[in-house]
Design a protein around this ligand. Structure first.
Ligand code: ADP
Length: 484
């Protein structure tokens, strides 16, 4: 029994839930707005039209009453008071005795002559209406409700010959019926229009939002793992196409980012594994073969060396991330870049001498910039170290400084092994090392760090290189304060 009762109940709950869902949709709200605006404006038009028509109909009735009084004042002037009664009757019979009546009144309201008044019981000549005429008005209108009639009577009073007042009354039955019909037509048309407006509004809103729905569907598919999905751009309107275009761009970027992150994680795992494996190997070898204290000491010192290298790599990675995030602990100061470069070159001169490399400096004096001395020194050291590392014995390395458009450009030029065209786009990536340079020590983080430091100083590093001919690494830094 409870089960039988619960099925319609579940159905009702589902229906209510669906209703609430629809109520919260943008399409529903747009439809409501559309139908609301349409309803208010058409209602305003209908009301204005109704009152215009009502006033036009009343004007027409009033004009016909004026014409009647004109006609009868002429008849009265030509035929006289005694012969007016047949004319009243004739005219009333022609239009309908229940549709119009004519009366001649004295100024105190007493009746002198009239048409058949059987249908007009209760008609009166109000004192203040008559007074208005004696005050000089040519004619005067009023509307009366008679106790035995369903429809109101429009009445005109007009002063005719010898101070008599002509009273003509017309039933407003036709006018009232016409207005009733009009109201009926207006209200049914209005309801129909409202239904059509709601339907059209719903249809238009759904159509306009179809593109958004498509983007949502694509987003759902992407969130489920189909990163290759894209929203088709098919001229649904500029806003939606722009949204689709921006959305696709965003997914492209996310896809590249995920790919880069995957590569980076692989590289990190790979590059951190080598020193750890090395440390383990040293320890294992010493344990299995080592016998003397010196051998154990050597193992300890190797382990410390490799661990330091590992810690160095991890620290550099953290520094890169910090610089790329736009900060780090920058301590800005005015740096004499010429002097700083000179010092750096002097520091590396023994290395150059050792490899019989000629280290030339062509440093324009008094080049200053605002920046963090320690990180700029790190960047220069990395570039100098690379130039000396990847230049064979007897080569030449030249360091220059120039000023160009508010930028200090310093270049480190070598005639070393160079970089191939294929590898050139990758050298600033984390852990990237060109094939030919693997014999040299290094972890592939130096250029990535140098570029991050240049960028945090509103600058950048560019490189031109040719295999076997050498490379030029140029750093352009803004003379003004570092941006971050
Ligand atoms: P590494 O520690 O290997 O030197 P870097 O990030 O400093 O790492 O450089 C990345 C790679 O770019 C290097 O492994 C090398 O192959 C290449 N490279 C950098 N500087 C030079 C240069 N002056 N001449 C030739 N190759 C270079």
């Amino acid at each position: 029994m409870t089960q039988i009762l619960s099925i319609p109940f579940v159905g009702q709950v589902m229906f209510l839930k669906n209703l609430i869902k629809i109520k919260n949709t943008l399409a529903f709200r747009l439809t409501l707005w559309y139908a609301g605006i349409f309803t208010v404006s058409s209602l305003a038009i209908f009301i204005a039209l109704y009152f215009l028509l009502a006033s036009a109909i009343q004007d027409r009735t009033d004009n016909s009453l004026i014409e009647e009084t004109n006609e009868f004042s002429l008849i009265l002037a030509s035929a006289g008071l005694e012969k007016i009664m047949p004319f009243f009757r004739l005219e009333a019979n022609m239009e309908g005795k229940d549709k119009i009546f004519f009366r001649l009144l004295k100024s105190n309201g007493a009746e002198v002559a009239s048409s058949d008044m059987k249908f007009w019981k209760g008609i009166s000549a109000k004192k203040n209406s008559l007074e208005q005429l004696t005050d000089g008005a040519k004619h005067f209108f009023e509307t009366q409700m008679l106790p035995e009639q369903q429809y109101a009577v429009r009445i005109i009073y007009r002063v005719v010959d010898s101070g008599l007042i002509l009273q003509v009354g017309k039933s407003l039955e036709n006018d009232t019926r016409f207005m009733e019909n009009l109201r009926y037509i207006f209200s049914t048309t209005f309801i129909l229009l409202m239904l059509v407006a709601s339907f059209v509004g719903w249809f238009m809103a759904r159509r306009a939002l179809h593109g958004v729905e498509e983007i949502t569907q694509t987003a759902i598919e992407i969130s489920r793992g189909s990163l290759d999905k894209r929203v088709p751009i098919k001229g649904r309107g500029e806003e939606l196409d722009r949204l689709a275009f921006t959305f696709n761009n965003m997914i492209d970027r996310i896809q590249i980012l995920i790919k880069d992150m995957g590569e980076m994680t692989d590289n990190i795992a790979h590059d951190l594994r080598s020193p750890i494996t090395k440390i383990r190997g040293i320890a294992e070898l010493t344990l299995t073969t080592g016998k003397t204290l010196d051998e154990y000491k050597a193992m300890a010192s190797n382990t410390i060396e490799e661990s330091d290298r590992l810690i160095g790599m991890i620290n550099t990675m953290l520094d890169i991330s910090e610089f790329e995030a736009g900060g780090g602990k920058l301590e800005l100061e005015k740096i004499d870049i010429s002097a700083m470069m000179q010092n750096a070159c002097e520091l590396f001169r023994p290395v150059a001498d050792n490899k019989k490399i000629t280290l030339i400096t062509d440093l324009r004096p008094d080049c200053f910039l605002w920046g963090d001395l320690q990180s700029i020194q790190r960047m220069v050291a990395n570039l100098l170290d690379n130039a000396l590392k990847y230049t064979p014995r007897g080569g030449v390395v030249e360091v220059t400084i120039n000023l160009n458009n508010e930028k200090i450009i310093f270049s480190i030029i070598d005639d070393g092994i160079g970089i191939s065209r294929d590898e050139l786009p990758h050298i600033f990536k984390r852990f990237y090392r060109c094939d030919r340079s693997r014999s040299e020590p290094g972890d592939g983080l130096g250029l990535c760090l140098a570029q991050a430091i240049a960028k945090v100083h509103d600058g950048h590093i560019t490189v031109t290189s040719e295999l076997e001919k050498g490379s030029i690494f140029s750093v352009a830094l803004s003379v003004a304060a570092a941006s971050r």
